[in-house]
Design a protein around this ligand. Structure first.
Ligand SMILES: NC(=O)c1ccc[n+]([C@@H]2O[C@H](COP(=O)([O-])OP(=O)(O)OC[C@H]3O[C@@H](n4cnc5c(N)ncnc54)[C@H](OP(=O)(O)O)[C@@H]3O)[C@@H](O)[C@H]2O)c1
Length: 269
């Protein structure tokens, strides 16, 4: 295993990161990333592992998760775990089973990045297919609720846990034709605020929302087919904020809405 992971996208991004994280700032933490097989989730999983976290890789396409698993085991000293799971089918029972399997096999959980999401059709509400509306709401908003509820008992045992909800600009100000995607992100913002308020007093779990802004991924290509992807940042370029929110440097910060495009870096860099 090389001393320094072979991760060209991260190497290219780090000189412009807005803080300099310690190489082991996530050491020993166990972090669940949903949608870890592609896009921002894949980059987050690899980056979290690079900084020492054991990452639980949840996603719907086993082959993609295996590729991330293989990269992490080849390039870091951490032990990832694969959880193939279609969030469209997640229910209370399977959420509880996931909690039990994480608790039994890993014994702890220190963070969740709720990242998996589907775009759905970009059409006016007047013509939005009801079945697809339900699917988008299930994957983007209901599944994060179910997973969070199921996993709270394990997170509560962590000395310093963090939940990061990946949101979107259209989840903070509605825009025509973004339909259920926009509404589901408003729901995620609501979940962030309610949960943060419920946990603020105990001070053990912080919950924040993060809008990555336009990023070079398959979802962005689907939303803006005419756009040149080369004009967009890679996921790694804006992952400094997601790393900060998972690390103990962000202890005490909760219930906030972050935007990766205009973040100024931590107060104490
Ligand atoms: N990219 C942007 O410009 C942008 C801007 C604002 C917000 N965001 C947000 O950032 C997050 C990541 O987006 P992205 O651009 O990285 O999207 P992406 O490239 O489409 O990746 C989405 C991931 O979610 C997984 N996923 C989708 N449906 C799932 C399901 N039913 N069960 C389990 N996993 C599922 C996908 O799995 P498969 O690979 O197996 O399909 C994929 O790994 C999303 O929450 C998105 O709303 C992105």
């Amino acid at each position: 295993m090389p001393e320094k992971p072979d991760y060209a996208e991260l190497d290219a991004a780090r000189p412009n990161w807005r803080f300099t994280p310690l190489h082991d700032c996530l050491a020993e933490k166990v972090i669940l990333v949903t949608g870890a097989g592609d896009g921002i989730g894949r980059a987050a999983a690899k980056t979290y592992a690079t900084f020492g976290a054991h990452v639980v890789l949840l996603g719907r396409t086993r082959g993609k998760l295996e590729a991330v698993f293989d990269w992490i085991t080849a390039h870091t000293h951490t032990q990832p775990v694969i959880v193939p799971c279609d969030l469209l089918a997640l229910n209370e029972e399977s959420g509880f089973a996931l909690m039990q399997s994480i608790d039994t096999s890993l014994g702890r959980l220190d963070g969740i990045m709720h990242n998996a999401s589907i775009l759905g059709p970009k059409v006016p509400i007047a013509h939005y297919p009801a079945e697809q509306w339900q699917q988008v709401m299930q994957v983007n908003a209901y599944a994060p609720f179910l997973l969070t509820q199921a996993l709270l008992p394990v997170l509560e045992r962590s000395p310093s846990a963090s939940i990061v909800m990946i949101s979107s600009s259209v989840g903070r100000a509605g825009r025509a034709y973004w339909g259920a995607y926009a509404v589901s992100k408003f729901a995620l913002e609501g979940l962030t605020q309610v949960l943060a308020d419920e946990h603020e007093h105990a001070g053990k779990i912080r919950i924040n929302s993060l809008n990555p802004g336009g990023t070079r991924t398959a979802m962005r290509r689907a939303a803006y087919p005419a756009e040149d992807p080369a004009t967009l940042p890679t996921p790694e370029e804006r992952l400094d904020l997601a790393l900060y929110l998972m690390s103990d440097l962000s202890k005490g910060i909760t219930g906030e809405q972050f935007d990766a495009r205009n973040w100024d870096g931590p107060v104490n860099k």
